[in-house]
Design a binder for this molecule. Structure first.
Ligand code: IVH
Length: 715
């Protein structure tokens, strides 16, 4: 079979959202397959370098499109590293897991099994009862009292060497305290992140344009699996010691004794751990911890019972991969039954309309829940994201009795509707066609990557929608847009709340209005900072076209697309004129925009929606009036052989993607058009070229193969 030359990959900055979504999905599957081969089958089929390149591309896509991150993403999985791989470490003693108990009866069975196994008649068995921390387990090997290796659990037999990163944790001593510590000590326990630190980290991640983590456990894993230990050091990770691996000598005879020894060595252990003398005490412990669960600052998903006497633990041993001497008594998913009083629509940061269920307040796992997310229109109807029925197709109506669930820290969900409790007057919910914002703009459903109607509904009000305004303003002043020094998010929010800055143009009239506003009297401001602020604002009255276009905050128009538009039209006047025409549905203007490199239907639709709203047009006009100059875009390189020529690509290209071919042509000063006309200079035809090739022949246009084109442009 002839091997096909690999197409170069599209620059991530140039990916449209739908393209990114498809590629993200493809890479996720590929990475998962490689991870499986590497971690489970021990038979990788790619080199580490190739794997790293895939993962880097995947991470870069998630960084640019954080909304693609889900709990299932390989970036969030424990069995995969966010950047590169770590050396493998074989555990001297395997790291196994615990069997689960869910009901009290399972706990009684567990204790009876032990009693029978040990053939104990009246001897009482003591158990250590400990919270089950929802983090990731770690094995720390000390030789001569010094930390030598820290390894993740991995598949239980082999983990990954994260020593450099673990050394940055305050809870992990580099050297064991105390005299006469055994020569070899493997201390095991759980690395975790507090809920507070997790929330703070996610806020920072989002601010920095990074993908947020799904839960504290993933954020702890992600923080630990960094190639650069300084990143781990910047993340607040904790460690509780609770078990051991290889020990050249045992310093204690019981589990609780070992916990005391860990403390003497300099470790932290969980303060809720107790010694229990009966099954009743274990069950009471479970109940007590479950009650206090919501108030703890770290996630736990159950409690663990362990036979306290280590000699008994040794006699009991393991059944396949779980010990006979220990069990995890899990907490049930926190559920409650209540009545759905109403459904409200909230407009999110990016204009997404989120239906929120208003509940008859109910306690779930120690917290009172009044609101529940209903995701989107389809979810309410009983249809999931993949078109499959959820809740067996039962829809949610106002007045329904619903079962809600809180899993860990996540926002409560409706898991079921009790149809037999549905009252006569239960009302079907009609998803609004107009946004609830004061503008009542049209609501549209987003398209999926394959161009089908998606489940998310959006407000089209963009800049004019008060809910979206402040977010757009933040983008407007950000470093990549107008980059106004001294006008950070905090100040902007203040000005917005006071009604002093309602839209971008208002920023430029602050100085004129200051005799009334008196910014220098605001706490934290002074004469100098106000003077500096006004100077910074004035300094931005002259702005490059691409920055200006980006700052408008049109959906799907990121920096790269803004640059493509700026280069395509050259001046603000030309661009503005084209946008107004596109919004009116002018076919020629649409075709012209479509012919631009990197610009396709999604961007055109977004431009049309934006300039189709008179509020947006007003905002843009008022802003432009305040500026001195919108600087024309830099014209593409013009000394190439194809500068000023018009080229059409058709058929399938083998050495590059269509987008890439267009980008190269544009970069060299050529215009990449979508259709062939008399004005076309070259048609580059690959296999499968059809009507455009025929058109070229009709007009006598030079037809080139892909290789001839590459030769012409010298690549
Ligand atoms: S003892 C033989 N104690 O739960 C395994 N595990 O399913 C001995 N965990 O992989 C583990 N808190 O990550 C133990 N107090 C605790 C724990 C605990 C959390 C985790 C650990 C382990 C998993 C077992």
């Amino acid at each position: 079979m002839a091997s096909k030359a690999k197409k170069p990959l599209t620059d991530i900055a140039k990916l449209t959202r739908p393209q990114a979504k498809v590629e993200h999905m493809r890479l996720a599957l590929e990475l998962e397959a490689h991870d499986r081969r590497y971690y489970q089958d021990d038979a990788p089929v790619v080199s580490d370098a190739e794997y790293d390149a895939l993962r880097q591309r995947f991470n870069a896509i998630e960084k640019r499109f954080p909304e693609l991150v889900s709990a299932e993403s390989p970036s969030q999985k424990i069995g995969a590293a966010p950047s590169g791989r770590f050396r493998k470490v074989r555990h001297a003693v395997p790291m196994l897991s615990l069997d689960n108990a869910f009901a009290e009866a399972d706990v009684r069975d567990f204790a009876e099994r032990i009693q029978r196994f040990l053939k104990l008649a009246d001897d009482k068995i003591d158990f250590s009862a400990e919270p089950k921390i929802d983090g990731l387990s770690m094995s720390l090997r000390y030789e001569g009292g010094e930390l030598v290796t820290a390894a993740t659990r991995g598949d239980g037999a082999e983990g990954e060497d994260v020593t450099a990163n673990i050394r940055t944790l305050d809870d992990v001593p580099q050297k064991l305290k105390g005299r006469n510590v055994p020569d070899i000590c493997e201390v095991r326990g759980e690395v975790y992140m507090t809920k507070k630190a997790f929330l703070a980290l996610n806020r920072k991640q989002v601010e920095a344009g990074e993908a947020p983590f799904a839960n504290p456990r993933n954020s702890a894993a992600g923080s630990l699996r960094q190639k650069d230990p300084s990143i781990t050091a910047s993340r607040p990770l904790g460690f509780f010691a609770y078990a051991w691996g290889e020990m050249s000598a045992m310093p204690e005879e019981t589990q609780t004794g070992m916990i005391g020894w860990f403390e003497r060595c300099g470790f932290r252990t969980n303060p809720l751990t107790r010694l229990c003398h009966s099954v009743e005490q274990l069950i009471a412990f479970h109940r007590r911890i479950e009650e206090s669960r919501a108030g703890l600052d770290y996630d736990i998903d159950g409690v663990v019972y362990k036979v306290d006497r280590i000699d008994w633990q040794e006699r009991l041993g393991f059944v396949s991969r779980t010990p006979r001497w220990g069990i995890a008594h899990k907490f049930p998913a926190e559920q409650a039954v209540t009545v759905l009083r109403d459904i409200e629509i909230q407009v999110g940061r990016t204009g997404t309309l989120a239906p929120v269920g208003k509940l008859e307040p109910v306690g779930v796992g120690g917290v009172i829940v009044q609101n529940v997310t209903l995701h989107n229109e389809d979810y309410i109807r009983g249809v999931g994201g993949d078109g499959e029925l959820i809740r067996e197709g039962r829809d949610i109506r106002i007045g329904d009795t619903v079962v809600i669930q809180r899993a860990g820290d996540v926002i409560p969900q409706v898991v079921d509707v009790l149809i037999d409790k549905r009252p006569k007057g239960a009302r079907e919910f009609h998803f609004p066609k107009k946004c609830p914002c004061p503008l009542h703009t049209d609501v549209v459903r987003e398209e999926t990557a394959t161009g089908e109607e998606g489940s998310r509904a959006r407000c089209t009000g963009e800049f004019a929608c008060p809910f979206q305004k402040i977010e757009h303003l933040k983008l407007f002043v950000s470093r990549r847009a107008f980059d106004i020094d001294g006008l950070g998010e905090k100040q902007l929010q203040y000005f917005f709340d006071e009604g002093w800055v309602k839209e971008p143009g208002d920023i430029f009239t602050l100085q004129k209005r200051n005799s009334r506003l008196k910014l220098e009297e605001i706490e934290g401001y002074g004469e100098t900072s106000v003077r500096n602020l006004f100077a910074a604002i004035d300094g931005r009255r002259r702005i490059a076209l691409e920055r200006f276009i980006f700052a408008l905050g049109m959906r799907h128009v990121g920096e790269t697309t803004a640059l493509a538009l700026a280069r395509g039209y050259g001046s603000w006047e030309a661009f503005h004129d084209a946008c107004l025409k596109v919004a009116r549905g002018d076919e020629e203007a649409i075709a012209e925009m479509d012919a631009l490199d990197q610009i396709g239907d999604t961007v055109i639709a977004s431009v049309a929606a934006y300039f189709g709203e008179s509020h947006n047009r007003g905002i843009v006009d008022r802003l432009v009036k305040e500026l001195e100059e919108i600087v024309d875009a830099e014209r593409p390189k013009s000394n190439s052989k194809v500068a000023g020529k018009t080229v059409v690509f058709t058929g399938s290209l083998e050495k590059m993607t269509r987008d890439e071919a267009k980008a190269t042509a544009e970069r060299l000063g050529a215009k990449a058009a979508g259709s062939v006309s008399k004005k076309t200079d070259y048609v580059v035809a690959g296999p499968g070229a059809g009507s455009k090739l025929a058109e070229a022949k009709k007009h006598g246009v030079t037809v080139l193969t892909e290789d001839e084109w590459l030769k012409l442009i010298g690549e």
